[in-house]
Design a protein around this ligand. Sequence first.
Ligand code: HEM
Length: 159
Amino acid sequence: MQNIILMFFHLSAAAVALGALVFGALIIRPVIKKSEEKASLEESLEHKLMDRLAPTVLACVFVLIVTGVYYLLVNYTDQVNLKEGYYNIFGMKMLFVVATLGLSVYQTFGLRARISDLDLRPENKKQVPETLNSMAYTGHMILWTLILAIFFGVFLARF
Ligand code: HEM
């Protein structure tokens, strides 16, 4: 039962992260950008969208890592004598997990920090358009590394 609950949270976190990125970065952001050409960027929906999308995805990645590591710890003894190649797939998956985590940490703590508390740091206001674009591009990169991590996760579970 424990494994089912762990994989339920593991899969749900993957689904929320994937869904948030597809809807936020690919579907709604272009619509918002078009409809808000004249709006002040600090007050814009795009600013609010990226400000919330980054930590949402990072939280999902943390849930994935905690449930994945815990799954391995509680099933470690079962994770031996696996078919040849299991850990090659696992290694490939971890490459994309590390890339997803690195990009998501950069998006949340590197870029998002530049669009936060603009009233306290008005000098950052002129960087907002560029930073929002960087956050969207980073979001696209996270989307691809996440999709590949999910693919290798599903491959792993059925190997
Ligand atoms: C971006 C991060 C991650 C994503 C998107 C991800 C995604 C997935 C997916 C989609 C599955 C398939 C579940 C199923 O079909 O039942 C899975 C299984 C699994 N994941 Fe992850 N995962 C991530 C991180 C991790 C980490 C960090 C670990 C451990 C260090 C891990 C360990 C596992 C294990 C052990 C399984 C089950 C494989 C099996 O049944 O043998 N995952 N993962």
